[in-house]
Design a protein. Sequence first.
Length: 381
Amino acid sequence: MSHVPSHVPSHLARTSSDAPGPGTVPGTATGTGTRSGTDTDTAAAGHESPSAQDAVLDRAAGVLVAQAAGDSLGVPYEFAMPPRDDELAVMRGGGLGPYEPGEWSDDTQMAVCVARVTAGTTSVGLLADDATVRPEALDEIAAAFEAWRTGGASDVGTQTATVLRDAARAQGSPATRLTAASLALHRATGRTAGNGALMRTGVVGLVALDDRAATARAARAVASLTHADPLAGESCVLWCEAVRVAVTEGRLDVRAGLDLLVPEAKDRWESWIADAEQPEPQTDLRENGFTVTALQAAWHAITVTLEHDEHLVDALHAAVRIGGDTDTVAAIAGQLLGARYGESAVPAQWRDAVHGWPGLRADDLAALARATVARGVRHGG
Ligand SMILES: [Mg+2]
């Protein structure tokens, strides 16, 4: 999460003249635990063969498990000196918590708050049968954030902390109070596109595996609880659609959701994505407390390591090396890498090490992700 004031740097307001990159990055990594680019399982679980369904569920579990691995890997370096190019990050804890080795931070803690609702642990899931977002589910997520703030948060991002503090003084249902507080903050400052919604959004990409419009609605709704700025919602729409595509089709495509944005936003994001794909982006990716730069940093780490045999592992190291909000950028990258390569591609050493509030381990995260798929909406299944 961002501990620095969220803002839109002036150099990001311009339109990049960089040539657009390829629309789709095919999954070509072939290392241990990775999948070939020949996936044919193209629909949500329920339509395909048992092995294809297992693959979908492995990739769904990867969303939260690889997020946790990236988070824990980045924790020691958050707003500190990142590893050099010739060094590997070490999951040694410390950071702002301070955290135990392998312990995840607020990014994954808040993702768990969301995942317990999407998994139906606390009710019947995020979406109604008609694929609309259930207001009661948003209340449950908001209430979970509030309970986490007072009963488990080891560190809280600046913007999220402000929203939760202001909401606690208001009247009404939890989602109503949080949404109002985030809107009020946005109106007062105009700067509420911190990376704190994107860092927890991956699991939302699992709530409607065969419905991209419903996925986008869910992404915006969950983001808006704490982040009223449209940029935050847009970043979550893009990342959730990329997660959905990665889980169902086994490929990496951050542009898959561009048509789910309003036209002006689509053009802006196209240029931001293209810049992130450059070996040396014009954007200073170290300034990644901003949701746009955080997405760019995560995508940059993924694209510059695309041909590596151990893509998931090397991309997470690359994400941490960018510096700044290292745990958050690696958590965001982990969501999509896990969606593409699956829980089975997360090294056993990392998988065994990761743990955190509220007393969960990798198996628990995997179960929450699989339950989210099972609880999610299905059409024609
Ligand atoms: Mg964190």
